[in-house]
Design a protein. Structure first.
Length: 324
């Protein structure tokens, strides 16, 4: 590695750079690429990439030019839109933004759960229709059971807040284990049984070959007819046709969805029109100032990279997600 590494920022321009990137320019030669053609121009000689808002095809198509590349920093927690076989084959280190979005997403989760339990979403609709409705009751969250499918940082952040509201919290992970936050962490063999015990099921799974369509028809059939499903993980972890069928039949009580199999969600999707569904356009983690926090993490890792030190938030390329 050279004394002053070359960094390619993919998905940005010098005229509209990530906020705070000037701190990286003090440590490295920074180049910008806003499309695939620009990637081919800036990638030769680059030892590191800040994956700001890029298309995986840009890098795949220019992979023959990425000889010195050793590290990619993702601007998001999930890395499924970035990973492809060539990364692991060449030994490129990938790091993510783990820890930056946890609290904001957890707050959105609790807001969505409260909106469904209190009927607030229906009240907003009634307000716009100038209807005075008093023919319903709200629900208490105290004593209700929250199941986080994915007991990583996001699941834990949401579980802590659910616990503060008096909910009991459990989780399904890659293997059963004891935990100081969750009443129970079950393994894959416990998935359906634990779904059947929950009042709120929270999907915080990364998208990998193993998790794709984890929530299928059998999973929704295992849930209680009053249970709500919340997805802030990845849209591809859900068989959307099975979810729509379950909602249409009243097999589950409702859903709050921030991610979808196809984004933007097509106007033709039935999910828009279910009165028991909250549709959010993949923004639950986009709190004011997140961009600067991601750049600060990148700059810290860039300093570590230049000094030959271990990087923060390494992703296990075999598993397809970060492991603390």
């Amino acid at each position: 590695m050279s004394a002053r590494p070359v960094v390619a920022v993919l998905g940005a321009t010098p005229e509209d750079p990530p906020p705070g990137i000037e701190a990286a320019e003090a440590l490295a030669d920074v180049r910008f690429a806003a499309d695939g053609d620009a990637v081919r121009r800036v990638l030769p000689g680059a030892e590191a990439i800040l994956w700001w808002g890029a298309d995986r095809r840009w890098l795949e198509d220019a992979w023959d030019l990425a000889g010195p590349l050793r590290w990619i920093q993702s601007a998001s927690d999930g890395v499924d839109q970035l990973l492809f076989p060539g990364l692991a084959e060449r030994g490129v280190v990938v790091t993510n933004a783990r820890g930056i979005f946890d609290d904001a997403i957890a707050e959105w989760v609790i807001g969505a759960i409260l909106a469904m339990a209190t009927g607030l979403a229906g009240s907003i609709v009634a307000q716009h229709e100038r209807r005075w409705t008093r023919d319903r009751r709200t629900e208490r969250l105290a004593g209700r059971r929250l199941l986080a499918v994915g007991p990583g940082p996001l699941g834990r952040a949401a579980a802590r807040r659910g616990h503060d509201l008096g909910m009991t919290v459990s989780a399904v992970g890659r293997a059963p284990r004891d935990d100081d936050l969750f009443d129970r962490i079950g393994g894959p063999e416990d998935f359906h049984a634990m779904l059947g015990e929950a009042d709120v099921v929270l999907d915080v799974l990364p998208l990998t070959a193993e998790t794709r369509h984890r929530f299928d028809a059998a999973a929704f059939a295992a849930m209680r007819p009053t249970a709500r499903f919340v997805n802030v993980g990845r849209g591809g972890t859900v068989d959307e046709a099975a979810l729509i069928d379950a909602l249409r039949r009243g097999a589950i009580g409702g859903a709050a969805l921030d991610v979808f199999e196809e984004e933007p969600l097509p106007a033709s999707s039935p999910l828009w029109s279910f009165p028991t569904v909250i549709v959010s356009p993949h923004l639950c983690g986009d709190f004011e100032g997140w961009e600067a926090e991601v750049v600060a993490l990148f700059v810290d890792n860039l300093g570590r990279f230049a000094r030959g030190e271990p990087l923060r938030n390494a992703v296990d390329l075999t598993l397809g997600f970060g492991v603390a």
